[in-house]
Design a binder for this molecule. Structure first.
Ligand SMILES: Nc1ncnc2c1ncn2[C@@H]1O[C@H](COP(=O)(O)OP(=O)(O)OP(=O)(O)O)[C@@H](O)[C@H]1O
Ligand SMILES: [Mg+2]
Length: 363
């Protein structure tokens, strides 16, 4: 029996994407089939998230399903098509952005901005279209961390919209571009509201799979009103292992709960130190904080990022470690975080219940 595109399609009808449980034929993820004259098969399958952590599993199911057809060779090519769940009507401010992910923490200094820039760069390197919005009105630091301190040239306010800065293909917008250096700005509610609304409505973000938002630390009114303005798809909560004040983090989770924004998981930063000389792992700040926190709020620990001087230097120098040394173990931790967060985002978009039933109440 000769192999045809139809016979392949029907053999693959039973193959499910392990992350969504949906058939790859029915969902359209099986994007292309080509059969050579000698029967050699090449397939293109679209994955739902960059760095898809369950790709090997999916590949095995595809190979098993086609074993009976015994093609002389089988090549799989992987594409990326991130699913999109439209935001609530009233929040449909970013029609060209598929997912908006907030990076948040109960308190300052835990590494939110470091996580934001490295996750954004990791998603970009994994093939996604990415932007980053620095909404930290108290201490905007993304432009410094990315070495893009200048307000982008050619910024056209008004009809043409505002052009974002660009860092290696990533669109960057920051509160910092609109504040005089060193000026002690007291941001009042209406000012924050106006600026953020402009960022959302007037910035030419272009087509993005992910917009990463670095939120200001804390869970006060300012954070709440910011999070209300931005049509968030999900949030990553950053903590350190010694974080004992769970109460702050619970407040952050509660804030997202009120807004019906799912918490995608916890990132434990400054998790451990690995001695570069002997490889010894030292939990200098204590152990287990991220895991305990994740259990406490009913989500998963997505990644543990080691404490590593190169991470801090990268932020200072304007070239984050994911860019300067992507193969290093500390950069790889950011890739893991990015892939795990993206996977959960896509799972929710592809299969999740309506946003209102994702409401999580934590007292
Ligand atoms: N894993 C890490 N290893 C070493 N240094 C780190 C790590 N993560 C962050 N840092 C450093 O810790 C400091 C605080 O990080 P960052 O500015 O990202 O925190 P933040 O939560 O955004 O702070 P803020 O609340 O002030 O906005 C920075 O100097 C950063 O370079
Ligand atoms: Mg910060």
């Amino acid at each position: 029996m000769s192999i045809t595109a139809d016979s392949i399609r029907s053999a693959l009808r039973s193959v499910l994407d392990p992350a969504t449980g949906q058939g790859i034929v029915a969902s359209g993820q099986l994007a292309d089939i080509s059969v050579g004259t000698d029967g050699a098969v090449t397939l293109r399958i679209d994955l739902i998230s960059p760095g898809f952590p369950r790709r090997d599993e999916l590949e095995q199911s595809v190979r098993d399903a086609l074993a009976a057809l015994a093609p002389p060779s089988l090549e799989l090519q992987w594409g990326l098509r991130v699913p999109h769940k439209p935001a609530r009507q009233d929040l449909n401010r970013l029609p060209t952005v598929k997912n908006v992910i907030a990076v948040a923490a109960g308190k300052g200094g835990v590494g939110k901005s470091t996580v934001s820039v490295n996750v954004a760069l990791a998603l970009h390197q994994l093939g996604a279209r990415v932007g980053i919005l620095d909404a930290d009105i108290y201490g905007p630091s993304v432009p410094k961390m990315l070495g893009t301190p200048e307000r982008p040239a050619g910024t056209a306010e008004g009809g043409g919209g505002i052009a974002p800065a660009l860092y290696r293909g990533i669109a960057v917008m920051s509160v910092d571009y609109f504040v005089e250096p060193g000026a002690a700005v007291i941001w009042r509610g209406p000012m924050i509201h106006k600026l953020l609304t402009q960022f959302l409505e007037a910035v030419r973000w272009g087509e993005l799979d992910y917009l990463i938002v670095d939120l200001p630390p804390g869970t006060g009114d300012a954070q709440l009103s910011l999070a209300q303005l931005i049509p968030l798809t999900g949030s990553i909560i950053v903590t350190t292992p010694q974080e004992v004040a769970l109460i702050d983090v619970r407040k952050a989770v509660n804030m997202f709960g009120k807004l019906e924004v799912p918490v995608l998981g916890v990132a434990e930063n400054m998790s451990h130190y690995r001695c570069p000389a002997c490889g010894h792992r030292d939990e200098i700040f204590g152990a287990g904080g991220g895991k305990r926190l994740a259990e406490e709020i009913g989500v998963e620990l997505l990644a543990q990022i080691p404490i590593e001087p190169a991470i801090a230097f990268g932020g200072e120098a304007g070239v984050p470690v994911v860019e300067s040394n992507p193969q290093s173990p500390h950069a790889q931790a950011f890739f893991t975080l990015a892939a795990e967060a993206a996977l959960r985002t896509s799972q929710r978009s592809a299969t999740g219940p309506k946003r209102s039933s994702l409401l999580r109440t934590v007292d």
